[in-house]
Design a protein around this ligand. Structure first.
Ligand code: ADP
Length: 440
């Protein structure tokens, strides 16, 4: 057997994972590490913790597979921002985490960006950059902005200042014109912006030291990554327009592959570019968090067993964990509607699951109304995806094929980007290795 293997790594909010696949997408190995607590005084030293985790994961990779790894990619949390020294790559400041807000920068950002642009929220990468630029008296002409994935990839390829257009969206990059917009380039801090490529593009070979230390293939390349939620979408392999992934976790998030881009700030709907297509997304506040307020996971399983999914529930709710909804209805004052509660808990759950399915249908309907491709098939990820009865209810309400996604790990999506990058840089596959001795 001759085989090339592709390594994807996902750096999430609490830990990191790796997955190794072949070109058919078959998994050869996978693993997980929680971030070790690295303290710097009283605060967590996140960059050290991520760096340590990266190398721990590389050590976790079975020796027998390492020589066959020809390409690596990494995804990270969106809008996690690291300002580094342009020469050494070392962080100049603690990272700004994905959910950290810099409201001090918002008025300035709003004054330069078009109205309702995705950078116009306090947690955008651009707000973080502006806040840093205005606050700290460090040598700014020698600083570069990187996203979490960019920085981790840099540790492997050694070229400072490379990003991808998914991570760069929240700093203001326009993937449609493949450039930063003029309003951003005219700002003094634009010198800090990284160069941007498509996700899954070869940046270069892995640095020799690491290659030799871990025993990767001699031509092993490192490819641009993406954000964690896009990597999770890629994992489901919904690769044609009209294919969608609904994530039923604490909230309900929909992502639809579309031939065209739509953005609507009223609903928090925006589009990421994926090569020649657009990944359109929106998130409702409904979802599993409401279920968890009412039922334990055990009860959910037990009560779901009693539901006949072919029968439509007459109960019409709008389950929310608190006041306010953004998408598919934009109403910050919307109150949860979970009454009347029937005697039977199974009937109650049926009504809630069906009501959430109607919100999901409305979500895809709204995306179409706003101009996106019509949804044709829905894959499902998240804690709610294991509920078969819910899948059947959703098939009936959506009038579409619905199934559980086979792969949902973001690391798997990152591995697919490593594969893409390898294919892009090897029109003719070179030098495939023999792996008759690979153990699964
Ligand atoms: P998070 O978004 O927090 O990562 P998960 O993807 O882990 O969420 O999913 C957790 C959610 O899944 C919980 O809110 C829980 O209510 C829901 N859940 C768990 N089991 C079931 C089930 N059998 N049916 C429907 N929902 C479920």
């Amino acid at each position: 057997v001759t085989k090339n293997l592709f390594l994807g790594m996902d750096f999430g909010t609490s830990g990191a994972r790796y997955v190794i696949i072949d070109k058919q997408g078959i998994i050869y190995a996978e693993g997980k590490r929680d971030y070790p607590p690295c303290k710097d005084g009283n605060t967590v030293d996140w960059t050290s913790s991520w760096k340590m985790t990266l190398f721990l994961l590389l050590e976790d990779i079975p020796y027998s597979l390492r020589p066959f790894i020809v390409s690596i990619s990494i995804d990270g949390t969106s809008a996690t921002t690291i300002i580094v020294d342009s020469k050494t790559g070392e962080p100049l400041w603690k990272p700004f985490l994905y959910n950290e807000s810099c409201p001090d920068a918002l008025p300035l950002v709003k004054s330069i960006a078009p109205e309702n642009h995705t950078v116009c929220t306090g947690s955008s990468t651009l707000c973080k950059l502006v806040s840093w630029w205005n606050s700290y008296n460090l040598s700014k002409d020698a600083a570069t902005l990187l996203h979490q994935a960019d920085w981790l990839l840099w540790l492997l390829h050694g070229k400072i200042g490379v990003s991808d257009y998914n991570n760069a969206l929240k700093v203001g990059y326009d993937p449609e014109i493949e450039s930063y917009p003029k309003w951003l380039l005219s700002q003094p801090y634009s010198i800090m912006l990284p160069s941007v490529r498509a996700p899954g593009t070869s940046i270069g070979c892995i640095v020799e030291d690491i290659r030799d230390q871990y025993g990767f293939s001699k031509d092993c390349i490192v490819c641009t990554g993406t954000t964690d939620s896009i990597a999770a979408f890629l994992a489901a392999r919904a690769s044609e327009p009209g294919k969608a992934v609904t994530s039923l976790g604490s909230t309900l998030a929909v992502k639809l592959l579309s031939t065209n881009r739509i953005d609507d700030a009223r609903y928090g709907v925006y589009s990421h570019r994926l090569d020649d297509k657009w990944l359109v997304g929106g998130a409702s506040n409904t979802g599993g968090a409401v279920l968890r307020q009412i039922f334990t996971d055990e009860e959910l399983k037990e009560l779901s067993g009693q539901i006949n999914p072919m029968i439509s529930s007459p109960l019409d709710y709008y389950p929310l964990p608190g006041v306010g909804e953004r998408f598919p209805l934009a109403d910050p004052k919307m109150a949860p509607r979970l009454q009347p509660r029937p005697q039977s808990d199974a009937e109650y759950l049926h009504g809630i699951l069906e009501s959430i399915a109607r919100i999901e249908a409305k979500a895809y309907g709204l995306l179409k109304e706003l101009g996106a491709s019509e949804v044709q098939e829905v894959f499902t990820a998240g804690g709610g995806s294991k509920n078969e009865k819910w899948i059947q209810i959703r098939e009936r309400v959506l009038g579409l094929p619905v199934s559980r996604a086979v792969q949902t790990e973001a690391a798997y999506g990152a591995a697919l980007l490593a594969l893409k990058g390898f294919r892009g840089s090897h029109a003719d596959p070179v030098d495939a290795r023999t792996v008759s001795d690979i153990e699964n």
